[in-house]
Structures are given as C-alpha cells and as structure tokens.
Write a protein that binds this ligand. Structure first.
Ligand code: PHE
Length: 446
C-alpha cells in the first residue's frame, strides 16, 4: 500500500518543525539553563546543535526520504540481512519512554489551560509556586490530565498524517511566535529585568561542569528530535525529490529562536519578580502566570498562550507516537487506528509512575524520581546512543552512490561537501558524542 505524503513542502517543514519545537525549547531549555550555567551552557548548546544536531537531522532525513519507509523498514531497506534496523527499535523504545513523561508535562498544560479558561488561574497575590505544587502532586489530577493529553495525541495521530498533523501546524506555529514576542516585550520592560538577562546570556564557564556539557548535548538532540529516528519516519512521507537542506536549516533556526525567546521571556521576568532561577520543572508554570497577571487582558493572553503551548507540545507528541504506530501499521489505515490506541494506552500506562512522581518526591532512587530518571535516560543516554549509531550507519554503511545522489540534492553547489559531511559522521560526531557521554557520566578521568 502506498504511504501517505505531505501535501506540500511547507507542510513537511511545519510538521517536522512542530516535532522539534515543543517542551524541549519552551519548558526544558530554560530549566536546564538555570541549573547548568546560564550563558555558557547556551553557547555549548548552540555549538552542539549546529555541529552535531544539524548533520544528524540531515542524516535522518536522507534515510527517510530515500527509502520512503518508516524507521525500522528504512534501515532494513538500506542494510538488508543485518542488525542495523535495531536502530529503529531503539528509536521506538526511546520515543515511547520520552512520550511517557512528555505526556505528564503535556497534562499539566491541559490542566492549566482548563483553569485559565474557567478563570481559575490568575488571581492577585496568588502564590503560583504553591499552585503548581498542589496541581502536580495530586495523584488524580496528575494521572487524569496525563490521560487527557494522551487522548488528544491518539485521536489526532489516528486521523493520519495529512488530515491531522499538517493542517493544524499551519495556523498554530506562527501564533506561538507572535505570543512569544509579546511575552518577551513584557519581560524586557519589567523593572529590574537586567539581572535576568545577564544571568541567561552572560557566559560563566566556571559553572560548566562535565555533566552540564552532557546535558547541553542531550538537550540539543532532544530539541531537534534527533537520535530517536522520528525524523526518519516523518521524512519518509516526502517525495523523492523534495528538498532537505532548507527544511533542516529552518528547523534548526526556528528551534534555536524558540529556545532564545523562551529564555528571554522567562529569565528577565523571573529576576524582576524576585524569584530564584532554580525552580525545577515548575519554572515556566510558576513564572508565566505571575507575568501574565501583570499584563492587560492577562487572563485572555494566558489562555491563548497555553493553547499555543499545548499545540506545540502536541505536535511533538504526534511524532513520538507516529514512529511507533507507523512501524506496525504497514500503511493500512484501519490497522493504523488500532495501533494508535494500543500503543497510546501502553505509553500512557508506562507514564503513570512519572505522573505520580510529583506527589511522592520522597520515593527516589539515587536522588532521582521516576520522572527524572525517565528524562535523564532518554535525554542523556538513549538519544546520544541513537545519534552515535545513526551517524556511524550513514557514515559507513549507507550505500555510497546513493548518498552521492542524495547529497547533490542537499547542497548541489558544494561538491566537496559530501567528504566533509562523511568525515563528520564517521569520525568527528562519534568521538565527540562518546567523550561527552563518558565524561558526563564521570566514567572518564578527565
Ligand atoms: N523535540 C521535541 C521537543 O523539544 C521532543 C522530541 C524529541 C520529539 C525526540 C521527538 C523526538 O519537545
């Protein structure tokens, strides 16, 4: 059965940018910057994003577009009778665990959105830290909201690539940018915002520990949706001659821009409102309501913001579920629907312990809750591992002539580019990923 395709090039860019832009840039990035060295972290993150994330994004695109197959079959197609397709299975496992805790945060957004719509969110003098704590530590609301988020994801992914994912992206993504601009203006016009801006952007390399460097690496992969083979599946819905270079650059650009905008919207406001930066996963959920409270029509704006934020998170969740579903659906719409429900429910159940983590903070293993372990394992171990394998796969195993043809459509003017690209994939990327990983885990005596 012939696979569905994106209806237009912009449709693909929007959908894959939608996969990339999500909690990674908006929720995780400000949080990890706050705990891992401010501007210095951002600099390292930028280097990893451009130096490793971008080449890898292209690698995933090439695998998907050239085979037209989802993540597992694509590797099988390129390297038959080998175990390379296990990269696809690794991707499916990574994405399932990722979605299991992603949906917990997605659930919080759903809850906050409902609160905003019913006028229960913004109140003068409200302690938003307490509100966040109460919301997330209640086991019923935590699991119910997570279920609500998964339900939305399942229903839309079940409708298919064109019908569901592409259309909505066209409207919502530009909306998100507009609201971030408004937020940045508000944040930068609050008295006392300078300290926050300095904190966010001024590099202080003394804080850049080996762990922070690993977090920057993981963050750059998380943000670009690379390492889990999601982008292989998404680019398999492209026509054989659709461009790849420009979409990859746009995705990187949009993503870095969103991370920057989130940082500028949050840190200056945070300092201006007299809060401290290390507020953990609640950072965004605590700072933003306090900021919106100080905006005219704040209640309306926060509802719009949360709707767009929810949308950005959902479009990432779609790609996470899509990779698993596509691997089992074999292009059959009925099977596809069944697989959506089956895996959606499995992933929801997998995520329940993460959802309950916030009410049981004393229940930790080596200082981390289940939620934190899931996040750590995916971001700092599984995604880097996926990146390493994909890099080695395209560098050494991908059929050479085919890669030459692919490259001529990525950067036709840059003939020697393929050599540089291959050198990166074969040598530079693997070495950097291995060193940063081992060093970050403290397994290297550096
Ligand atoms: N990039 C997404 C985000 O930043 C998360 C994601 C990671 C999605 C890996 C797909 C694959 O929210």
């Amino acid at each position: 059965m012939k696979n569905e395709q994106w209806t237009s090039k912009i449709g693909f860019i929007l959908a894959s940018a939608g996969s990339a832009i999500g909690l990674g840039a908006i929720w995780k990035f400000p949080n990890v910057v706050a705990t891992s060295g401010g501007g210095a972290f951002f600099l390292v993150f930028l280097i990893f994003t451009l130096g490793i994330g971008l080449p890898l994004l292209l690698a995933e695109f090439v695998i998907g577009r050239s085979t037209g197959k989802e993540a597992v079959s694509a590797y099988k197609d390129l390297a038959p009778k080998s175990r390379w397709h296990w990269i696809g299975y690794l991707g499916m496992a990574t994405c399932s665990i990722l979605l299991s805790f992603y949906s917990v945060v997605g659930g919080w957004i759903v809850l906050y959105f409902i609160k905003a719509m019913t006028g229960q969110l913004l109140h003068q003098g409200e302690d938003y830290g307490v509100l966040f704590q109460m919301t997330t530590s209640n086991p019923y609301t935590a699991v119910l909201s997570q279920a609500g988020f998964m339900l939305l994801t399942i229903v839309i992914v079940a409708k298919g690539v064109k019908g569901g994912i592409e259309k909505a992206s066209r409207i919502m993504m530009p909306g998100l940018f507009i609201i971030f601009v408004i937020l940045m203006i508000r944040s930068l016009t609050l008295p006392g915002m300078g300290a926050g801006l300095t904190y966010f952007l001024k590099p202080d390399f003394s804080q850049l520990t080996s762990e922070a460097v690993l977090y920057a690496l993981g963050q750059s992969f998380f943000c670009l949706s690379v390492g889990g083979s999601c982008m292989v599946t998404y680019s398999s819905y492209l026509g054989k001659h659709d461009p790849l270079g420009k979409p990859a650059l746009s995705i990187v650009g949009l993503n870095v821009m969103t991370s920057l905008m989130a940082g500028i919207a949050i840190f200056p406001a945070l300092f201006a409102l007299g809060m401290k930066p290390a507020d953990g996963p609640g950072l965004l959920f605590i700072t933003l309501p306090a900021m919106f409270e100080k905006l005219p029509y704040g209640t309306l704006f926060i509802a719009i913001f949360l709707a767009l934020f929810l949308f950005a998170t959902l479009t990432s969740a779609f790609s996470l579920l899509e990779i698993v579903v596509a691997a089992f659906a074999h292009g059959d719409p009925t099977r596809r629907r069944h697989m959506c429900w089956l895996f959606g429910i499995i992933i929801f159940l997998l995520g329940v312990p993460s959802a309950l983590s916030f009410g049981m903070e004393q229940l930790t293993l080596m200082g981390k809750t289940v939620f934190e372990w899931a996040d750590f394992a995916v971001t700092n171990v599984m995604l880097p591992l996926g990146v390493l394998f994909i890099s080695v796969f395209v560098g050494y195993r991908y059929p050479k002539e085919r890669l030459q043809t692919e490259w001529s459509s990525i950067a036709p003017a840059w003939r020697t580019g393929l050599h540089v690209y291959l050198f990166m994939l074969r040598i530079v990327l693997p070495i950097i990923v291995i060193i940063v990983f081992l060093n970050g885990m403290k397994w290297l005596p550096l």
